[in-house]
Design a protein around this ligand. Structure first.
Ligand SMILES: CC(=O)SCCNC(=O)CCNC(=O)[C@H](O)C(C)(C)COP(=O)(O)OP(=O)(O)OC[C@H]1O[C@@H](n2cnc3c(N)ncnc32)[C@H](O)[C@@H]1OP(=O)(O)O
Ligand SMILES: CCCC(=O)O
Length: 445
């Protein structure tokens, strides 16, 4: 039988495909901007027939119909590895649960710990060899497919065909059902606003970069600002080995900053595990051999990251305490995002020859009532999650400077971190450090 005949045999409507889901099942929705949408709508319609179906996703970029259909949570429970703005709002309303992860470990969680009954992913149309490409997402996809009892693919003609790397496609012979979807537009990431302070911080970081270094930019506005400035710099022969591929890498490449020629692994390739950005980015990635998609247990493993020299990791955080503990994922007990790959890349960059890991953020922010708040605090806000332990943190950057915490005592850390704080908070922070017993006696005079 030809691959096309097999395809026709497995082709069903979304309503037909989701009939395979039973009460009590765990259902995977795929990842990031490529999560299924037509299958989600079809599953939502089955609400009254089903009980206790768990749906798992990561950083959902489009509305989720099963949650809308069942605000009671009696029929569907929505679980997520890393919150988008949409997920965060659902969580605030008690409609979404969080699963803490070290991103590099996700494939192993699937293989060893997770129940997976049905995996549903969005794919490109099948090629002449019988393969569907996963497009923008790779991360834990293969592991969740391997563990699933049933596999449904939702074909979307708008999904770019993104080359591997490794583990970037699935063959028709492995699939149970094919659904030709409505070809919804792939969600694009809103363009993050770059403030003057972001730009000041970005300039300081760009001054620390060297020709030939290998870049990783974290999620959020600040790392994106750094990327935009790198594109406008005169840095040469940069490499890219990252977790998330965003517009800034395309800008750097098109500006001639990136050649990847100094990389020791994946020479000449921009390596990542998922992508989210503009429609332009998705067009750039389509069939582009300079882009290489890999699973996250390759991109995010510190000893693999460290095989490239001068790895420079640039990530953002929410707050830091005077011990140097970093919270990047919660505001007190309110879950904002997740650990994601922050620890993976901070460790990987530090292990790399000449590598540097930067944790960058504005020294202060205005809360929703307009009050000025410090992001450098004696202790983390009660309930805040430690994303990166103090032992792992290397460079800390605000608009007031850069410090390196590696090897520093508690009083040296307190002094260094206070020097980065907004001037309005210096005096109080020093008093607090003294009360906490991490202020040098000679500074008390
Ligand atoms: C992706 C890679 O390549 S690997 C590693 C990167 N991954 C990580 O670093 C994971 C953790 N980091 C993150 O999730 C992000 O970088 C963040 C959350 C720190 C910043 O992301 P941004 O998108 O720039 O955050 P943004 O400023 O839009 O704020 C997001 C939310 O946090 C809230 N927030 C931000 N800072 C604070 C703060 N200090 N106190 C309270 N709330 C805060 C904002 O109000 C907003 O909430 P809202 O949507 O209800 O208004
Ligand atoms: C889980 C992916 C997002 C991140 O690492 O921040």
């Amino acid at each position: 039988m030809s691959w096309t005949d097999l395809y026709r045999q497995k082709l069903v409507s979304a309503d037909e495909a989701v009939k395979v889901i039973k009460s009590g099942d765990w259902v995977e929705y795929g990842e990031f901007a490529g999560q299924v949408q037509d299958l989600d709508k079809a599953l939502a319609k089955r609400k009254d027939e089903l009980k206790d179906v768990k749906v798992r996703a990561v950083t959902r970029a489009a509305a989720i119909e099963v949650v809308k259909a069942d605000p009671t949570g009696e029929h569907f429970t929505y679980v997520n590895w890393h919150f988008s703005g949409l997920d965060r709002k659902l969580h605030d309303q008690g409609l979404c649960y969080f699963s803490p992860i070290l991103f590099r470990e996700v494939p192993r969680y699937y293989r060893e710990n997770q129940q997976v009954d049905v995996t549903m992913i969005t794919v490109t149309p099948m090629d002449k060899h019988g393969y569907f490409n996963y497009g923008l997402n790779n991360a834990g996809t293969r592991a969740s497919l391997d563990k699933a009892s049933k596999i449904i693919v939702e074909v979307n003609e708008n999904m770019p065909r993104v080359l591997g790397g490794n583990e970037e496609c699935i063959h028709i012979s492995e699939v149970d059902f094919v659904v030709e979807g409505s070809n919804w537009a792939i969600p694009a990431l809103p363009v993050a606003k770059i403030s003057e302070t972001d730009e000041k911080i970005a300039k300081m970081i760009v001054n620390e970069l060297e020709d030939g270094c290998c870049i990783q930019l974290g999620i959020g506005g600040m790392p994106n600002a750094v990327g935009k400035l790198i594109a406008q710099s005169d840095l040469k022969n940069l490499g890219v080995h990252t977790e998330m591929f965003v517009d800034a890498y395309m800008d750097m490449y098109l500006a001639g900053r990136v050649t990847g020629l100094n990389k020791n692994i994946d020479k000449g390739k921009m390596v990542f595990t998922f992508a989210m950005g503009s429609k332009n980015l998705y067009d750039f990635m389509d069939n582009n051999p300079v882009c290489a998609s890999y699973p996250v247990d390759y991109t995010n493993v510190p000893h693999i990251i460290a095989q490239n020299d001068k790895v420079t990791s640039i990530n953002n955080c929410i707050e830091i305490d005077l011990f140097g503990q970093v919270c990047s994922e919660s505001a007190g007990i309110r879950q904002i995002s997740g650990t994601g790959g922050q620890v993976d890349f901070f460790e990987g960059a530090y292990l790399s020859k000449g590598g540097k890991a930067f944790c960058c953020f504005t020294a202060s922010y205005k809360d929703k009532q307009g009050n000025l708040k410090s992001r450098i605090n004696p202790l983390l806000t009660s309930g805040a999650i430690v994303t990166t332990p103090r032992t792992v943190v290397q460079y800390v950057v605000t608009e007031n400077g850069i410090v390196n915490l590696k090897g520093k005592s508690t009083w040296e850390r307190a002094e260094a971190l206070i020097s980065l704080a907004h001037p309005d908070f210096h005096e109080q922070l020093a008093k607090d450090a003294e009360k906490m017993g991490i202020w040098r006696k000679s500074n008390k005079k």
